[in-house]
Design a protein around this ligand. Structure first.
Ligand SMILES: Cc1cc2nc3c(=O)[nH]c(=O)nc-3n(C[C@H](O)[C@H](O)[C@H](O)COP(=O)(O)O)c2cc1C
Ligand code: SF4
Length: 363
């Protein structure tokens, strides 16, 4: 099943493998994508990855969260993206842009020393207290996302993924921990999801009804992931309600993830060394998959072929999304298909978070 095609909205993907969005630290200082990023995507396409998701691409300079991240905030970026996409389209693979605003976790710069967020909730991991967004800030951000998607379409991307996970702006909005507003953007789950709904509506005015828009969704902020917390945070059943709202608003696939920086190592867990530790968000993806009728993509610690097969055949996910194993072995999918390998050789040590350019730094 994992090598069978799948239709996502209007998009045909030739197998069930997704390269999860991976920041490469390879854009120039303004966020312009470089040919080195194209080299990575072309290699993944040559090696049979069905759907490639770009690294975090910020929709506004204020939404950058790390050095040498890609941007998609200006029309002058369309041409360099077009060149990269054409290299991928020499193969069967599809490629979509991950569009993001860093929100509470945006990197402070001399121009923007304090990040924006739905509410001024101090991030205890950085000590930073963001500025609460005004109505005007929120409306501007909706325009920024819509224009970023328009650029993605003009450049030739096969779709986009709105990043609503990992503690960045849209994940801040859906979480009751980081969104403590009492206006039309906060309170009930519906109000916390409203900004995403409004982004989709404005975007549809620019790109039409058929352009595939997907979401990477936090199922949990992650404080209680190991039974720790006590905090009021995003978790089930609210993530299921959000998934239903997204489906009703023309989102064509949901990638299920979790964790915000403040909650510790939740998103990219280390030490995945036995089957029980694999696919650590699978219980969330199963709940969400049972509640909606759009493809569900599961990310986080998927390492072995038997696990991949059972996730799809047992109704946990429709597609398998992988990040670290493809940094180490860009040809992993071909090896799994040929039988040369049954298991990724990535040991989940996280030494690939490398500001000199993403790479496997493990022997
Ligand atoms: C080096 C690195 C960069 C990442 N960059 C992004 C990113 O730009 N956007 C995103 O949504 N997730 C990013 N992630 C998270 C991954 O997409 C994925 O959710 C996480 O690593 C768990 O999947 P894995 O176990 O297959 O690595 C990154 C992870 C790593 C290791
Ligand atoms: S450094 Fe290499 S082995 Fe370690 S997590 Fe990253 S890709 Fe995997």
């Amino acid at each position: 099943m994992i090598f069978d095609p799948i239709i996502i909205g209007t998009l045909n993907v030739h197998n069930r493998f997704v390269r999860s969005a991976t920041h490469e630290w390879l854009a120039d200082d303004d966020g312009r994508p470089t040919p080195a990023i194209g080299d990575i995507y072309e290699e993944l396409a040559r090696n049979d990855v069905g759907l490639i998701i770009t690294g975090y691409s910020y929709v506004n300079p204020r939404g950058r969260s790390s050095d040498n991240q890609q941007g998609i905030y200006d029309d002058s970026f369309i041409e360099p993206y077009r060149e990269i996409i054409s290299r991928v389209h020499n193969y069967k693979s599809k490629i979509i842009a991950q569009v993001v605003h860093g929100g509470r976790q945006a990197a402070p710069t001399s121009q923007y020393p304090v990040p924006l967020a739905p509410s001024a909730v101090t991030d205890t991991s950085s000590g930073i207290t963001p500025i609460e967004m005004t109505e005007a800030d929120i409306l501007e951000t909706i325009e920024d996302f819509a224009n970023a998607v328009r650029r993605a379409k003009e450049a030739g991307f096969d779709g986009v993924q709105l990043h609503c996970a990992h503690g960045f702006l849209l994940s801040n909005f859906i979480s009751p921990y980081t969104n403590q507003r009492n206006d039309r953007w906060g309170g009930s789950v519906g109000k916390r999801t409203q900004v995403i709904v409004d982004i989709i509506k404005r975007t549809r005015q620019m790109v039409g009804d058929d352009f595939p828009i997907m979401v990477k969704l936090n199922a949990t902020d992650g404080f209680g992931f190991d039974g720790k917390s006590g905090k009021v945070e995003l978790d089930a059943p609210e993530c299921i309600e959000i998934a239903k709202i997204l489906e009703q608003n023309s989102i064509c696939a949901i990638e299920v993830s979790g964790g915000i920086t403040e909650a510790g190592e939740v998103m990219a867990r280390s030490g995945i060394d036995k089957p029980e530790k694999e696919a650590y968000f699978r219980h969330y993806s199963k709940m969400i998959k049972e509640a909606v009728n759009i493809p569900i993509i599961l990310v986080g610690g998927v390492r072995s072929k038997p696990m991949m097969e059972s996730l799809v055949s047992d109704g946990y996910a429709d597609m398998i999304s992988i990040c670290r194993p493809l940094i180490r072995e860009p040809d992993l999918i071909i090896k799994l298909k040929s039988g040369e390998s049954e298991q990724a050789s990535c040991v989940s040590c996280n030494r690939c978070f490398d500001p000199s350019g993403v790479k496997c730094n493990c022997p």
